[in-house]
Design a binder for this molecule. Sequence first.
Ligand code: GLU
Length: 310
Amino acid sequence: MAIMSTPTTFQPVLERIAEEIERTPGSGRPADYIPALAACDPRRFGMAVAEPDGTVYGVGDWREPFSAQSITKVFTLALDLAREGDALWEHVGREPSGNPFNSLVQLEYENGIPRNPFINAGALVVTDRLHTRTGDAAGELLDFLRAESGNPGLTYDEEVAASETAHGDRNAALGHFMASYGNIDNPVPVLLEQYFRQCSVAASCADLALATGFLARHGIRADGSRLLSRSQAKQVNAVMLTCGTYDAAGDFAYRVGLPGKSGVGGGIIAVVPGRCTLCVWSPGLDERGNSVAGVAALDRFTTLTGLSVF
Ligand code: GLU
């Protein structure tokens, strides 16, 4: 039963969710393919909700920086789409893949054009294009996240970036394979350096809930300027809904009913267009790479508040 249909403050609902999560310890495990992530305590839990005016509510470890990983793919997509518009969609699709995030299989059938911007191959294409346009894709991302979150201290985690570089063979394979089809502009080692820096961004639930705000404000940044048209903001939200949680997007839409994007650091961002943005973090992942407690918490949020896109 909903405890509030139109909450004036999100604090009570966040506290209730945190209590429920604490009573049901998750079964997930931290990502282990990047050693720097494997060391995370899977019981950590934080959650934040930001309103379009920048008011932010939080519970648990909501101010603790964690590895944003694939959550950053939303921001690079928005930054590139803002610059090049629909031409981007000639280089990357927008259909769910049904394959793991780092799969090579589909790429050969589909001539080096990745299914969507949120699998690794698609994110590499987006970062490549953003790098061509700006000369510093990862720096552009960092500037954006700092400005939107109001946190000038937000930065990369050098240990995670080094760990990814040392274990980056599969992403290198994806990059070279797409380059062979002419779908990568920059030298692959340059692209990989940018991509691993991007993935290594450390940010808190508060930072990421605030940085996602432009998607709740239909494309408007925190300072009132426009990043995306209303229609482009809708497009990014739609791709998050259909492709944002690896090959579990159907289940996420069924349980949570919001556009969302997860990362293997255990974070998930989600958007209630026009109303608020959320970020939840807990490092224990299910077998498809989504935070177990994170999905459960978002599921409870939409159930308790009635706020979903459906
Ligand atoms: N850095 C990770 C990789 O490319 C990102 C994975 C993710 O969060 O989905 O393998």
